[in-house]
Ligand binder design. Structure first.
Ligand SMILES: Cc1cc2nc3c(=O)[nH]c(=O)nc-3n(C[C@H](O)[C@H](O)[C@H](O)COP(=O)(O)OP(=O)(O)OC[C@H]3O[C@@H](n4cnc5c(N)ncnc54)[C@H](O)[C@@H]3O)c2cc1C
Length: 453
């Protein structure tokens, strides 16, 4: 086995021994070289989850390595974030491409309703940004705080045999295979998480999301200046929704599905048909697709390894929202590791479960369960989605939805308004189911008649 020690700036800065290794990492034997050293954390993945975790770890004086396989790339994403994230994560307003203050919801029968009476361009808008801009900003900030950003693809992890031994991470950087030791690992490597696979965290169901970035002629683009669209209907997505989101000089046009993954391109074609002339004359500048987790992983902490963001499965069912939850979970996990190291002098599985998982679940599992339930009720079929669109025209529903989305607060509603809302929901569901059945009956009748002619 050929193995050569190298002295790198990382080694000097962090008293960590790095070796290059030409054979399977599972046979590499490395020992921790530093005697009195800080805790060493490796964060795999430099999206919002990983960059936020790395920033918190560096803030806690933990020797932090942030691995990102594609630092100049961009994660396929709609790039809509809740407004509260700007302040909570001290994001400069220069990152925002568009202040969306008009949100058009199109029902399965293509009836538009303006779902944005509660929005305003100045104070209550949906920030739209490009992920390449957000992610590199967050990674640069983690670096400023002291994290070492390593451009590299993590390819394997050798597990420790005791609580005191480090993990040995194998990665490819600048064409060569290298290894590094870490006492604790944060798996922030997204929906196809290699870290989750290495530690045996179990599988989760995923949706597939497909998106085109389309540059529109100026006249067409002006329609989308501060306006986003959400399309409902089994033609564009049987179990999710399709979208047109504005970016700096183009629109992101996409759809997602769990149950019809092979049909994703025909769903996208239907979206184009529904959007019609609004997208006419556009040039496709990028086509991208990526899985979106449907549920949390069966296990999110194993040993001294914690999963965050998409790797953990923190995406809401109804909206497919995950950027905020990624950054939030990364930060919470980084802070938990810092606290454990500072107060207990060690990071353990039980400590991570207590300081990270429990706090996460206490704050967010109710919200995720609620949105899961809404998804089950309204996204089952077109009648449900038609009822959802009808409900969303209601001023009280809009207020509650945007309070919950933009501010990430499960606000307790007004009891009388809540009762009226429940009653209207039942009414909409019944009406749209009855109407849906009637439309279906008429369609079958028409098909039978035309087969007779
Ligand atoms: C088409 C689409 C549209 C979406 N639209 C929205 C939206 O509008 N709003 C919203 O809130 N959410 C949206 N989401 C969900 C959102 O993109 C994710 O929830 C979010 O990106 C999760 O962040 P993350 O940091 O956990 O993972 P990711 O953003 O996936 O980042 C993981 C990072 O890890 C790196 N990586 C992976 N493997 C390795 C490895 N082995 N070694 C080193 N690096 C590695 C990747 O290059 C990547 O940079 C959308 C998702 C899709 C697919």
């Amino acid at each position: 086995m050929a193995m050569a020690s190298i002295t790198s700036p990382l080694l000097l800065a962090h008293k960590t021994k790095i070796t290059t290794c030409n054979s399977s990492h599972r046979r590499c034997r490395l020992t921790i070289t530093a005697s009195s050293r800080p805790l060493r954390a490796a964060v795999i993945g430099g999206g919002p989850a990983g960059a936020s975790a790395a920033e918190s770890l560096a803030n806690a004086n933990i020797s932090t390595f942030l691995f990102e396989r594609n630092p100049t790339g961009s994660k396929p994403c709609g790039g809509a974030i809740p407004l509260c994230m700007m302040e909570e994560f001290s994001l400069p307003h220069s990152l925002i491409d568009r202040h969306v203050s008009q949100f058009l919801l199109l029902s399965p029968s293509n009836l538009p309703s303006l779902f944005s009476r509660h929005l305003s361009a100045e104070t209550h808008y949906i920030p739209m940004l490009r992920r390449e801009v957000l992610d590199s900003f967050l990674r640069d900030r983690a670096k400023e705080k002291g994290a070492v950003v390593v451009p590299g693809l993590m390819t394997g992890i050798k597990m420790p045999r005791s609580e005191k031994e480090p993990y040995v991470i194998q990665y490819i950087s600048e064409g060569s295979t290298q290894t590094i030791e870490a006492d604790v690992i944060v798996g922030a490597d997204g929906a196809n998480s290699r870290v989750a696979r290495e530690i045996g965290a179990g599988e989760y169901a995923t949706a597939i999301a497909f998106q085109e970035r389309i540059r529109l002629p100026p006249s067409a683009m002006s329609y989308y200046t501060d306006l986003a669209e959400m399309y409902l209907g089994s033609d564009v997505s049987p179990d999710f929704y399709a979208w047109v989101f504005p970016k700096c000089d183009h629109v992101a046009v996409g759809t997602g599905t769990v149950s019809s993954k092979p049909s994703i391109k025909s769903l996208q074609a239907s979206l184009h048909a529904r959007a019609g002339t609004k997208l006419a004359g556009g040039t496709v500048i990028r086509v991208e697709a990526h899985p979106i987790p449907e549920h949390p992983r069966p296990r999110r902490v194993i040993g001294r390894v914690a999963l965050v963001g998409d790797a953990a499965g923190y995406v809401t069912k109804c909206s497919g929202e995950g950027i905020y939850f990624a950054a939030k979970s990364g930060r919470l996990c980084g802070e938990a590791i810092g606290k454990l190291w500072r107060e207990e002098g060690k990071v353990t599985e039980s400590g991570l479960k207590r300081e990270y998982l429990k706090k996460w679940d206490d704050e967010f599992s109710g919200m995720f369960r609620f949105l899961d339930l809404l998804h089950k009720v309204f996204y089952k079929d077109d009648a449900g989605k038609e009822a959802l669109a009808e409900m969303c025209a209601d001023a009280y529903v809009q207020k509650r939805t945007f309070e919950c989305y933009l501010d990430k607060k499960m606000v307790v509603g007004h009891p009388w308004e809540e009762m009226k809302l429940a009653w209207r929901t039942v009414g909409s569901m019944v009406r749209n189911r009855v109407l849906g059945r009637e439309v279906e009956r008429l369609r079958m009748l028409e098909a039978n008649l035309s087969s007779l002619v």
